[in-house]
Design a protein around this ligand. Structure first.
Ligand code: NAI
Length: 462
């Protein structure tokens, strides 16, 4: 038995970042992980491996679609799936080993096994019980399926199975037109799979800017993805070689069946709290099964905190990281804070989609007066030079004060460009502040400045 100031349960981006910050703040810290490797879903079977496959498949797509236009002659690219998988595994391993190194560097004890909390101040792993003044639950989330759909991770898969399919399927039905469905659907579509996305609501990526949704759907269709919206999946029946997906159109009740070699279920995730003993401990959960916390990530049980996907809010690695750092500061007696109004969301498709803050729809619903400055990448020299001039930047600012309220980008490096707006929003900047900031030429970031200019006297290159 060992005694700690803090034991963090879970080593995903929430947990490992929390553990590092605790150690940096002088707290004796341990982090428990049940998996063999550190890094949680994100590093092992989520963000990182999917980005490796997105990049590799993007290269294939570029070679097929843009090389010839630029005067680069190559024969049609061939995909070595085993090698692509090995590349992905190597990227994952570099990242998980990186966290191991950081734990050693920061003198964090790594405890291996699945933890439970038998009582406040105690963490049980197997037969061992350790003591901790503070326990942070960062146990993450798991894929949630649908009634009538049985996931076997072979023919009917979640993102976990989809990252490691034994071969590239000829056909795939993706249930759910959200982030996972469109990222992994894009990967396989670029590798030659005929991908059909079936989405329950009337648009893809529900909740995001409506103009971005429309542009995104158009560009994905152009890339060969078939998209069926407003369709409720009823059931999936599988044999060894194929699955039948039955769905009903919500508008007119018309029913249809699509066959596919692989079905990817990407209809959301739910908090993962199994085995922690929360019920016996008396920890309050929300109606949705998330751990209920106050503004300082305290649960109702003294000394027990929770962060990340296991609590309310967007299920994003960077939201969990921010909460991890902030709760460490709270435990160390400081004032940890997360600005939930400035959490960017990025979809790593091609083009990328990124957003932060309010949408036009949310501002209209709240009755707020705003102005929208929009700039198309068609007017951006760099984007034209890199065959990525599709999409736009839209900045939303308060009509009276010009303060930036949100931004929506679809286009090249959108996930990088959004950071500028996040910093601006964090500093309470006006669109004019961005517009008057010198941006290097020729860069994609000039499109952000132009959108800011469009909130005022007008963009130059529009
Ligand atoms: P999601 O919530 O993004 O999308 C799920 C989609 O499935 C929604 O569009 C929903 O309307 C649809 N849906 C629900 N029930 C359905 C049904 N019966 N038939 C058809 N469609 C149905 O969830 P997703 O994509 O599974 O991702 C899970 C979580 O992981 C999300 O919170 C997401 O933000 C996060 N994530 C983030 C990534 C990123 O930041 N790039 C990458 C991957 C996941």
């Amino acid at each position: 038995m060992a005694s700690y100031d803090v034991i963090v349960i879970g080593s995903g981006p929430g947990g490992y970042v929390c553990a590092i910050r605790c150690a940096q703040l002088g707290l004796k810290t341990a982090c428990v992980e049940g998996r063999e490797t550190l890094g949680g879903t994100c590093l092992n079977i989520g963000c990182i491996p999917s980005k490796a496959l997105l990049h590799a498949s993007h290269m294939v797509h570029e070679a097929e679609t843009s090389f010839a236009e630029m005067g680069v002659k190559v024969s049609a690219p061939k995909v070595d799936w085993a090698k692509m998988q090995a590349f992905k595994e190597d990227v994952v391993s570099q990242n998980t080993k990186g966290v191991e190194f950081l734990f050693k560097k920061n003198k964090i004890d790594r405890l291996t096994g699945w933890a439970s909390i038998p009582a406040a101040g105690k963490v049980k792993i197997g037969d061992e019980v350790h003591e901790a003044k503070h326990i942070v639950i960062a146990s993450g989330s798991e894929a949630s399926s649908l009634p009538g759909v049985t996931v076997d991770e072979e023919s009917v898969v979640t993102s976990t199975g989809a990252l490691s399919l034994p071969k590239i399927p000829k056909t795939m039905v993706v249930i759910g037109g959200g982030v996972i469905g469109l990222e992994l659907g894009s990967v396989y579509s670029r590798l030659g799979t005929k991908v059909t996305v079936v989405e329950f609501l009337d648009t893809l990526i529900p909740g995001s800017d409506a103009e971005v949704q429309r542009t995104f759907a158009r560009l994905l269709k152009k890339q060969g993805l078939e998209i069926i919206t407003g369709a409720a999946v009823q059931k999936v029946e599988s044999t060894k070689t194929k699955s039948k997906v039955s769905y009903k159109m919500r508008k007119d009740g018309k029913e249809a069946v699509i066959e596919a070699e692989t079905v990817l279920v990407a209809t959301g995730r739910r908090a993962y709290t199994k085995g922690l003993g929360l019920e016996a401990l008396g920890v309050t959960l929300t109606e949705r099964g998330q751990i209920a916390t106050d503004k300082s990530w305290r649960t109702n049980v003294p000394g027990v905190y929770a962060i990340g996907d296991a609590i309310a809010g967007p299920m994003l690695a960077h939201k969990a990281e921010d909460e991890g750092m902030a709760v460490a500061e709270v435990i160390a007696g400081q004032h940890g804070h997360v600005n939930y109004g400035v959490i960017p969301g990025v979809i790593y498709t091609s083009p990328e989609v990124a957003s932060v803050g309010e949408t036009e729809e949310s501002l209209k619903a709240a009755g707020r007066a705003y102005k929208a400055g929009k700039f198309s990448f068609m007017g951006n020299g760099r984007a034209r030079a890199t065959f990525s001039a599709e999409g736009f930047v839209k900045i939303l600012a308060d009509k009276e004060t010009d303060r930036i309220l949100g931004a929506h980008i679809i286009g090249p490096a959108a996930g990088e460009l959004i950071a500028e707006i996040c910093v601006a929003m964090e500093f309470g900047a006006a669109a004019e502040d961005v517009a008057r900031t010198c941006h290097a030429h020729p860069t994609y970031s000039e499109a952000v400045r132009e959108a800011a200019l469009a909130c005022g006297d007008g963009a130059i290159h529009a």
